[in-house]
Design a protein around this ligand. Structure first.
Ligand SMILES: [Zn+2]
Length: 212
């Protein structure tokens, strides 16, 4: 896989949305690139004015965000396309389009977005049109109870597999159980204990009394 700056920007976006900040270690693990290579690349992005470094932490600058939003949108449109027309599995589709998404930006991307009927969200619930419209409620910050899965901000295949394993997709009603520091996500098809990452990156919305 040939990585270019778009993969870095997308990854920094995902971590920023999930945890408020990205670290070079996060990027290294997620993209399976050595830490020195990541550092060097982040240095280039910083010289371009797209990110701000403090220690090993990385933040998108205002112009970095401007450059990244079309990349994030192209990725999400590519996911909708790959799932709808290529029948790629829900939990595989994020990874499957990492190579492909560069085709989906610019004019072709605009055409495809229109021909797909302007989908509002990617298959994992992340918004395409108004990029900041997704729910911000993280399991770690709420009480035990019934919720609806809104989106997954860090689309890691392990997390997506656990969710699809209990049939918890965006729009699914789930029960969040809290016992001490252990948080469990339950549906009628099963349950799993949330990792620290999942406790922040699976986003929920409140289940209305008659909205099932
Ligand atoms: Zn997605």
């Amino acid at each position: 896989m040939v990585l270019n700056y778009e993969d870095y920007l997308l990854t920094i976006w995902e971590y920023s949305e999930s945890f408020g900040i990205a670290t070079e270690m996060d990027i290294s693990r997620r993209l399976k690139i050595t830490l020195p290579t990541v550092s060097e690349y982040v240095g280039k992005l910083s010289a371009m004015g797209l990110v701000e470094k403090s220690g090993r932490s990385v933040k998108l600058t205002r112009s970095g965000k401007r450059v990244t939003i079309p990349v994030v949108k192209a990725h999400r449109i590519a996911e909708v396309f790959a799932m709808k027309f290529m029948e790629v599995e829900w939990e595989e589709v994020h990874k499957a389009v990492m190579d492909l998404e560069h085709l989906f930006s610019g004019t072709y991307g605009d055409n495809l977005y229109r021909n797909l009927g302007y989908p509002e969200k990617c298959p994992h619930g992340n918004p395409i049109g108004d990029i900041n419209s997704g729910s911000r409620i993280a399991p770690v910050a709420v009480r035990e109870g019934r919720y609806v899965v809104d989106r997954v901000t860090l689309e890691q295949i392990e997390t997506l597999k656990k969710l699809s394993g209990i049939s918890a997709y965006p729009g699914s009603v789930v029960f969040l159980r809290k016992e001490g520091l252990v948080t469990t996500l339950e549906t009628e098809n099963g349950s799993f204990v949330l990792s620290d990452i999942e406790n922040q990156s699976i986003r929920l919305r409140r289940a209305g009394p008659n909205k099932i």
